[in-house]
Design a protein around this ligand. Structure first.
Ligand code: EPU
Length: 430
């Protein structure tokens, strides 16, 4: 089993290039099937989740041509199946996007109930409510969600929670529905806006993405486009906190600083210096780190996908910090691992109470999910001595070349397999 071997204690210094946003890429790749013409997508992150989604698309007849690592041409004119089944689709949360895509285009879709990281119960009731409001009959049986409709007709939908996935799915189905759809309490995340921009570039008529109310006027059909995916807010934020925790100085390049505001604000609050440029942000961590309180919230609040990274950093900050998770109920599982590295953190329900320590010590740890895995790597990079991180397949779901990018910043990290390679790493980094 592959793992990361890390020898911690070095400040990370330098520049890192941020890739395309995974959570924008997933719905955009799926939505490219909504036209019979060829779509070109650029700045696609080359991560496990996008690879699995592309494989699932091919399994139902999509023609997928990888031009290079980050560019792909997709043609959805030969879709032969509206049933997205099997082990592939089950592995990723993003497979639920086939519901909106195939229902919108073919008025029928059946998708295996989505998997993804085990961070909470992750209901899809709001997706179902929205698709039903558009006139689809939706059933769950034998582990599959099936949606079908004679015709889809625009509707006024109020979401009970501002769900990213439900907003995207409803938006995609509504684009090809008759008449006008209004989604109230819509998710405002940058990736929702990116999907709307992508669909509009294919001829859709979507207004208001990025606000609470999205208005969609259905069109007859969509056409070809060329589209560049936005930079990944969470990948950027992860490196920004890596700078903070390792007392380093990192410039994250190819970002949209506006998307990083809640992250930058917390870094400044805890004592880092943050300098914003047009498309890059520099984080300098020199003085003592201070405690703060954090509550995860939908955008523009502090993202739940950055919660483990800030907890790792607050674990090294003076005083007592309180972090409350409000989006997913099972997102503190990594704390147990962090405590084994010397952190002083108690979790009570959805709240972590963190008493800062002066440093962590290296240990053998496991990534319980994608973001927590990345956060534990940051902990290991800031720790004294050697750590190994298992289950790195979770991290590879959403971070492209994570260890290589960290190496360029001066980190002693390698992807290894087996006891012998571990020994070799130990001797080398001694
Ligand atoms: N929810 C419902 N009913 C629904 C849908 C969601 O109750 O029908 C609840 C969820 O249980 C959760 C909250 O609403 O408490 C927010 O869930 P949301 O639907 O917004 O999340 P998601 O679409 O399942 C996406 C990202 C996650 C990210 C969240 C929140 C993708 C593939 N996943 O998940 O990303 O944490 O939005 O921003 O886009 C990650 O990248 O590591 C990751 C987990």
């Amino acid at each position: 089993m592959e793992q990361y071997a890390i020898n911690g204690g070095n400040p990370l210094v330098g520049e890192v290039e941020i890739g395309g946003a995974k959570n924008a890429a997933l719905p955009i790749l799926a939505a490219s099937l909504m036209t019979d013409e060829t779509v070109l997508i650029e700045n696609m992150p080359d991560v496990r989740d996008t690879a699995i989604l592309l494989d699932a698309m091919q399994s139902i007849g999509a023609h997928v041509e990888r031009l290079d690592r980050h560019s792909v041409k997709i043609n959805g004119s030969h879709i032969h199946d509206v049933v997205v089944d099997g082990s592939l689709a089950k592995k990723i949360r993003g497979s639920y996007y086939f519901l909106g895509v195939l229902l919108g285009k073919y008025k029928r879709a059946a998708v295996v109930l989505p998997g993804g990281c085990d961070i909470g119960c992750r209901s899809i009731d709001q997706h179902i409510k929205g698709l039903r409001a558009l006139g689809a009959s939706v059933k769950i049986a034998h582990g599959m969600v099936t949606a079908e409709a004679q015709r889809l007709v625009g509707s006024h939908i109020y979401l009970d929670v501002a769900s990213v996935g439900a907003t995207a799915n409803i938006m995609m189905a509504a684009v090809l529905a008759e008449g006008r759809t209004i989604i109230e309490n819509a998710a405002k995340e940058p990736h929702v806006v990116d999907l709307a921009n992508f669909l509009n570039s294919m001829g859709a008529n979507i207004k208001g993405a990025g606000t609470d109310v999205i208005r969609i006027r259905g069109v007859q059909k969509l056409h070809r486009t060329e589209y560049v995916i936005i930079p990944d807010q969470i990948e950027a934020g992860t490196f920004m906190f890596a700078a903070a925790a390792t007392r380093g100085d990192i410039t994250v390049k190819n970002v949209i600083p506006k998307h990083l505001e809640s992250i930058s604000a917390k870094l400044v609050e805890i004592g880092c210096e943050v300098r914003e440029f047009d498309d890059s942000v520099r984080v300098i961590s020199k003085g003592p780190l201070r405690h703060t309180h954090v509550k995860t919230l939908p955008y523009p609040g502090f993202p739940t996908d950055m919660q483990p990274q800030i907890v790792v950093t607050l674990g090294l900050s003076e005083g007592t910090s309180i972090v409350t998770e409000t989006i997913f109920e099972n997102r503190f599982r990594y704390v147990e691992e962090l405590v084994r590295m010397g952190a002083n953190i108690k979790v009570e329900g959805m709240t972590a109470i963190i008493d800062g320590v002066s440093c962590y010590t290296g240990a053998g740890i496991s990534a319980p999910d994608l973001r927590a895995g990345a956060a534990l790597v940051i902990a290991a990079l800031s720790a004294e001595g050697m750590s190994t991180v298992d289950d790195i397949r979770y991290i590879e779901r959403g971070y492209e070349d994570f260890h290589l990018k960290l190496q360029k910043l001066g980190a002693q990290i390698e992807k290894i397999e087996g006891e012998r390679e571990q020994q070799k790493f130990r001797l080398k980094t001694g």
